[in-house]
Design a binder for this molecule. Structure first.
Ligand code: ADP
Length: 450
């Protein structure tokens, strides 16, 4: 079945290429938009049509709604895929797409509005009986309210931005004084980053794992989950290595977390691909933290262990197809791990390292997948985030996956810029990581800079 004839990709880099690949296999034509900084990106040659949408800064190109809509209108597409980041969780953009009779490949406008507001999502989860981190019911408006809640749940607590993302607008507080300063800092950071100063408060869970459930929902009320991803390996609340399944999750816990994720999606009348993020404490209690209403960077590890192409399914359900799988069709096979390869210098505080790649030799062989748009001679622009690709392995067991990842990281040659590869080589040699014994504080604890 051919869902759309032609779609526009409102994104860049590896995810733009990932979407082009899915569309080519589905027989869908693609329109790739690009900023002047991405003029020479090689994936543009794989699109059926390309449109320049402006200068390098995102605000004047990939975040510029009128330009993207105009590009969609002149190229006569039926749908827009937003990828991740940029406009992917922008309800106003989704709304404008609909008013222009262009399908937004993602959930409904109401889904994005409700679930994109982290306090509102938390309220819904509580109402539906999905376990949430103890904390405020809603937005915390002033210092007195913050102090009252912190004393109720007990320190340490975390002040979080309702519009938060990428770990911004978050402050840990261990006593009244740090709560008051953290409250104001988080609000200021949230205002600067998201133009919304609202914050809420959660108990700070000690050494949790970050475990998230992938779901797929169609327009007819069918919802399935595709198991979990463990994204505990984070630097400053940013994921660096992800894996599926989680070494901490057994079949029973997977079923319970999956049921909670589906309950939330059902309660929100969700449609499309989505991810429900949980923290798992040391006693294996799980707590909902947020829902991401888009395809995620780390989706390939789920694809590898389930054998399901999430991009294709996401496009098909957006086009109105019923889900092609039942829950009992979903089987988790083997172990998959992903390293995010960032153009950053781990020896210099992970400073971004844009520039020209002078030599590029990617790894290959049994069990290795690379999702990347870069190559020798490619110049990484300085205007966007530093993810330049993802190295994914899939083997029968976690032990084998680690061995394959180690040799793949050793094979990987990228010269001319700094990357996170040397740091990831060290992680895969670390005893606790190899044992599967990690939590979100692992990097801070064992690696100097974290
Ligand atoms: P963002 O939307 O900014 O990514 P999240 O709510 O998804 O924020 O949280 C990002 C990370 O922050 C989590 O993966 C976890 O490491 C940490 N975190 C969030 N909430 C808590 C909490 N209540 N206790 C401990 N760590 C937390």
């Amino acid at each position: 079945m051919k869902p759309f004839s032609r779609i526009l990709i409102a994104n860049r880099g590896e995810i733009a290429l990932r979407i082009i690949r899915a569309c080519r296999e589905l027989g869908i034509e693609t329109v790739a938009v690009y900023s002047e900084a991405d003029r020479h990106a090689s994936y543009l040659a794989l699109a059926d049509e390309t449109v320049c949408i402006g200068p390098a800064p995102s605000l004047q190109s990939y975040l510029d709604i009128p330009k993207i809509i105009s590009a969609a209108e002149i190229t006569d597409v039926e749908a827009i895929h937003p990828g991740y980041g940029f406009l992917s969780e922008n309800a106003q953009f989704a709304e404008i797409c609909h008013s222009c009779h262009i399908q937004f490949i993602g959930p409904t406008v109401e889904n994005i509005r409700q679930l994109g507001d982290k306090a509102a999502a938390r309220e819904l989860a509580m109402k539906l009986g999905v376990p949430c981190v103890p904390g405020s019911k809603d937005i915390v408006r002033d210092e007195d309210e913050a102090l009252k809640i912190a004393r109720e749940v007990g320190y340490p607590v975390l002040v979080k931005a309702v519009a938060g993302g990428g770990g911004r607008g978050m402050r840990v507080a261990r006593n009244d004084a740090s709560l008051i300063s953290g409250f104001h800092q988080a609000r200021a950071e949230a205002q600067a980053s998201f133009k919304n100063p609202d914050v809420y408060i959660e108990k700070y869970i000690d050494k949790p794992r970050h475990v998230e459930i992938q779901i797929l929902a169609d327009s007819y009320g069918a919802i399935i989950h595709l198991g979990e991803r463990d994204c505990s390996l984070q630097r400053r609340h940013q994921k660096l290595v992800e894996e599926a399944p989680s070494p901490a999750v057994d079949d029973e816990l997977r079923r319970r977390m999956g049921d909670s994720a589906i309950a939330l999606a059902r309660g929100a009348e969700y449609r499309g691909a989505g991810t429900i993020e949980f923290l798992l404490d040391q006693d294996n209690n799980y707590y909902f933290i947020e829902m991401n209403t888009r395809i995620q960077v780390e989706h390939p590890v789920t694809e590898m262990v389930t054998g399901i192409d999430l991009l294709k399914e996401q496009i098909l359900v957006a086009a109105g197809s019923p889900l092609r799988f039942l829950q009992e069709d979903i089987e988790i096979r083997g172990s998959s791990i992903e390293c995010r390869i960032n153009a950053e210098n781990p020896a210099d505080g992970f400073k971004p390292s844009p520039g020209t790649i002078t030599k590029y030799i990617p790894p290959g062989g049994f069990g290795v997948r690379i999702d990347s748009h870069v190559h020798a001679g490619y110049t990484i622009p300085s205007h966007y985030d530093s993810l330049i690709g993802k190295l994914i392995v899939h083997r029968e067991t976690r032990e084998e996956a680690i061995l394959t990842m180690k040799r793949a990281l050793d094979e990987f040659v990228i010269e001319g810029i700094h990357t996170t590869i040397p740091f990831q080589r060290e992680i895969f040699r670390h005893y606790h990581f190899v044992q599967g014994n990690i939590d979100t504080g692992f990097l801070e604890e064992y690696f100097l800079d974290g």
